[in-house]
Design a protein around this ligand. Structure first.
Ligand SMILES: [Zn+2]
Length: 481
C-alpha cells in the first residue's frame, strides 16, 4: 500500500467517524425534539381548553387579570418559579425553570382587542356581545402555545438533564404596544440569552424585515368657546384647527417615503354644533421602515400642528404615547425555528377546516383559497407590516419570530374573522404546530451553547454593541390609548 493510499484511508476513516458523530448528534436532537412533540400531542386537549378559556375571557390591554393568572398558575403547577407583576404591570409575569446558561426565553401574549367580539367558528360577522372585546389578533392561541412549549421543553430538560434555564415571559398590553417596553425597563430580560416569539397568521414563515417602526401620538387643540350663532366672532374653534391639521397631513402624504403609513382617528371634535368647540383631539399613528425615519415624519407632524394652531389662533399640544422600533430578526434563532417548522410541517387541515376558511373568504369577498399548505422558505422581506413591541425586545435580546397559519389565507389580524378562527379547530391546529416548533427549538438551543453564542455575536454586530435605550420618557406609566 502506498503512503498516499494509507493517508487517504486514514483521512477517510476520520471522515466516517465525523459523519457518525454528526448522525448521532442529529438523532439525539431529533429524539429531544420528538419528545416535546409527543408530550404536546398527549396533552393537546388541555391546551385547547386553556386557549378557549383565554378566548372567553377576552381581556383587553392592562385588564388581563384572569388570563395572566390562568397561565401563571399553570406554569407554577408545572414546577416553574413565577414572579407576578413586573415593573408597572400587575398582569405581567416571568416564569423560570432550571438554572445557569444558556437562558432561553419564550414570549407569551394574551390581550384581546376592543369591539372584536364574534361568535366562535361563525363565517359571517355575528358578535357574541355587540361592542365587546374579542381575540381578533389570536393572542389566546399565542399565549397558550408559548406556555405549552415552555412546559414541554421543561419536561425534556428534566428527562435529559439538559443544562440551562427556560423563561416564559407573560407580556401583557401588546395591543397598546407597550407591555414589553415597560418589562425591559424593569430589567425583565437582563439575564436572557435568546428569545423565541411567535404570532398567529394566515401563513407559515419566519418574520424577516417587514414589521414597521411606529409612534403613536395624541394631537390636541385648545381654542375658545362661544355661541355659534349669537357671537361666533368671539370663538376660536379647536375643530377648525383640527381640520387645518388634517388637511396639512393629507397633503404631506404625497411627500413621504412610499414605505410610510400615516393613519388616524378623530377622538374628539366637539359635542354640539351650536357651541364652538374649545377642544379637539386626533390620534395619529406614524409607521415606517425604521424609527429614525418615523421620528423625522413626527417632527414634520409637529410643524403641521403648530401651523394649524397659528392659522386658527388656537394652541396645539402633541403627546407621544407609544413608540416601538422595527424588529431586528436574529438569523441564528430564526434558522433554528425554521428548521423545526420544516420538521414539524404545516397544520394538518381537514375538509371542515378548509370549508370553514372558504366560507369566511366568500363572506369577505376574497379569493376562496382555503388555508396555507406550505412553508415559506427562510429569507428577507417576509411577513407583515404591522408593528409590535417585540421590536423593543429585539433591540435588547437576540430574537426571532415564527408565524403559523391559524386563520384563512388572506384574512387579516384585528378583524372579527380572526376572532372566529381563534376559537375554531383550525386555530387550535396552528397553535399546536407553533407549540411544537417553539418547544423543540428551546430544547435545541439549551443543548447547543455554541448556537446561543453565535446568536449573541450576531446581535452585538447588529446593534453595533450599543446598549438598549428606552423610548419611554422618565416617569412614564402604561396607558390605554
Ligand atoms: Zn397580535
Amino acid at each position: 500500500m502506498s503512503r498516499l493510499n494509507l493517508a487517504s484511508r486514514v483521512e477517510g476513516s476520520h471522515r466516517q467517524e465525523k459523519g457518525y458523530a454528526l448522525r448521532m448528534l442529529t438523532a439525539l436532537i431529533l429524539a429531544q425534539a420528538i419528545a416535546t412533540d409527543a408530550f404536546l400531542d398527549r396533552t393537546r386537549p388541555r391546551w385547547e381548553q386553556v386557549s378557549r378559556q383565554l378566548w372567553d375571557f377576552a381581556e383587553t390591554s392592562l385588564q388581563e387579570k384572569r388570563s395572566s393568572a390562568l397561565l401563571a398558575d399553570l406554569l407554577e403547577k408545572e414546577g416553574f418559579k413565577v414572579q407576578r407583576g413586573v415593573g408597572e404591570l400587575p398582569t405581567a409575569f416571568i416564569a423560570t425553570a432550571g438554572s445557569g446558561s444558556p437562558v432561553v426565553g419564550i414570549l407569551a401574549e394574551y390581550d384581546a382587542l376592543p369591539e372584536l367580539s364574534q361568535k366562535a367558528g361563525e363565517a359571517s360577522q355575528n358578535p357574541l356581545e355587540k361592542g365587546a372585546p374579542g381575540h381578533g389578533c389570536g393572542h389566546n392561541l399565542l399565549g397558550t402555545a408559548a406556555v405549552a412549549a415552555g412546559v414541554a421543553a421543561n419536561q425534556a430538560r428534566l428527562e435529559r438533564k439538559l443544562p440551562g434555564t427556560i423563561q416564559i415571559f407573560g407580556s401583557p398590553a401588546e395591543e397598546i404596544l407597550s407591555g414589553k417596553t415597560f418589562m425591559i425597563r424593569a430589567g425583565a430580560f437582563k439575564s436572557t440569552d435568546v428569545i423565541l416569539a411567535w404570532h398567529p397568521s394566515d401563513q407559515n414563515y419566519l418574520e424577516k424585515g417587514k414589521r414597521l417602526a411606529l409612534t403613536v401620538s395624541d394631537v390636541e387643540f385648545f381654542g375658545k368657546t362661544a355661541h355659534a350663532a349669537a357671537s361666533p366672532w368671539l370663538g376660536r374653534s379647536a375643530l377648525d384647527a383640527l381640520e387645518v391639521f388634517e388637511h396639512a397631513m393629507a397633503l404631506m402624504r404625497e411627500h413621504v417615503l412610499p414605505t410610510a403609513r400615516i393613519h388616524r382617528v378623530i377622538k374628539n371634535g366637539g359635542t354640539v354644533a351650536n357651541i364652538i368647540p374649545d377642544y379637539s383631539k386626533v390620534q395619529v399613528w406614524i409607521r415606517d421602515l425604521d424609527i429614525a425615519t418615523v421620528d423625522e415624519t413626527l417632527a414634520r407632524m409637529r410643524k403641521a400642528a403648530e401651523g394649524a394652531a397659528l392659522a386658527t389662533e388656537t394652541r396645539a399640544k402633541v403627546t407621544v404615547l407609544g413608540s416601538v422600533r422595527n424588529p431586528i430578526n436574529n438569523d441564528v434563532v430564526g434558522q433554528t425555528l425554521q428548521k423545526e417548522l420544516e420538521r414539524v410541517g404545516v397544520p394538518k387541515w381537514d375538509e371542515s377546516d378548509t370549508a370553514f376558511a372558504k366560507a369566511l373568504q366568500k363572506d369577505l369577498k376574497m379569493p376562496e383559497k382555503g388555508l396555507a399548505s406550505e412553508i415559506i422558505p427562510y429569507g428577507p422581506a417576509h411577513g407583515s407590516t404591522a408593528s409590535s413591541d417585540i421590536g423593543e425586545v429585539s433591540a435588547a435580546v437576540p430574537l426571532a419570530e415564527l408565524n403559523v397559519a391559524t386563520r384563512a389565507l388572506g384574512t387579516a389580524a384585528h378583524h372579527w374573522a380572526t376572532t372566529s378562527c381563534s376559537a375554531h379547530p383550525l386555530g387550535n391546529k396552528g397553535m399546536l404546530v407553533a407549540a411544537k416548533v417553539l418547544g423543540a427549538s428551546t430544547v435545541d438551543l439549551l443543548g447547543d451553547p455554541a448556537a446561543v453564542a453565535a446568536a449573541r455575536a450576531e446581535f452585538v454586530k447588529a446593534t453595533q454593541g450599543k446598549p438598549y435605550l428606552s423610548p419611554l420618557p422618565a416617569g412614564a406609566k402604561p396607558v390605554v390609548f
